[in-house]
Design a protein around this ligand. Structure first.
Ligand code: IDP
Ligand code: MG
Length: 139
C-alpha cells in the first residue's frame, strides 16, 4: 500500500463561500502535489456509501444532506507521509479544537460543516480516491 497519497474533498460549504482558491493554495504551499482533481456533486447514494462507516451515528442524516447539497472539489494529493501530514494540515474535526493556522480553524464553521475531508489511513485513501476517480483521471 503506498503511503504517499491521500484523498480530500473541499466540502459544499467551502465551495459556497468561495474558498476553493485559498484552500488549494494552502494545500499546494504545504508541499502536496495534485494528482487528480474535479468539481463534482455527490448523490444521496454516493454520500451514504462514502460515509457508510458512520451510518449508525446520530448525525448521519445531517451529514448526507450537507455533503450532497452542492458541488465539492474532490482531489488526490501526493506527498511523503501524505495521510498524516494532511490530517495535521486540516486540523481537528471540530474547528473549535483545531490548531491555529489549520484549514478547519481558518475556514470551518462547525463540527458538522467543517470545510474539508482528509482520509484517515492509507487504505481508506486508496478506497476513497478510487470512489471518485478512474485510473485515467490520475496523474
Ligand atoms: P473527520 O472528517 O475529521 O475524519 P469523522 O469523525 O470521520 O471526522 O466524521 C466525518 C464527518 O462527519 C465530519 O468531518 C463532519 O462533517 C461530520 N461529523 C462528525 N461528527 C459530527 C457531529 O458530532 N455532528 C455533526 N456532524 C459531524
Ligand atoms: Mg473520518
Amino acid at each position: 500500500m503506498r503511503t504517499d497519497r491521500t484523498f480530500t474533498m473541499l466540502k459544499p460549504d467551502s465551495v459556497e463561500k468561495g474558498h476553493i482558491g485559498a484552500i488549494l493554495e494552502k494545500i499546494t504551499a504545504s508541499g502536496f502535489r495534485i494528482v487528480a482533481m474535479k468539481l463534482t456533486q455527490m448523490t444521496t447514494a454516493d454520500a451514504q456509501e462514502f460515509y457508510a462507516i458512520h451510518n449508525e451515528r446520530p448525525f448521519f442524516g445531517e451529514l448526507v444532506e450537507y455533503m450532497t447539497r452542492g458541488p465539492i472539489v474532490a482531489a488526490i494529493l501526493e506527498k511523503n507521509n501524505a495521510v498524516e501530514d494532511f490530517r495535521t494540515l486540516i486540523g481537528a474535526t471540530n474547528p473549535a479544537d483545531a490548531a491555529e493556522g489549520t484549514i478547519r480553524k481558518l475556514y470551518a464553521a462547525s463540527i458538522g460543516e467543517n470545510a474539508v475531508h482528509g482520509s484517515d489511513s492509507d487504505e481508506n485513501a486508496a478506497i476513497e480516491g478510487a470512489f471518485h476517480f478512474s485510473g485515467r483521471e490520475m496523474f
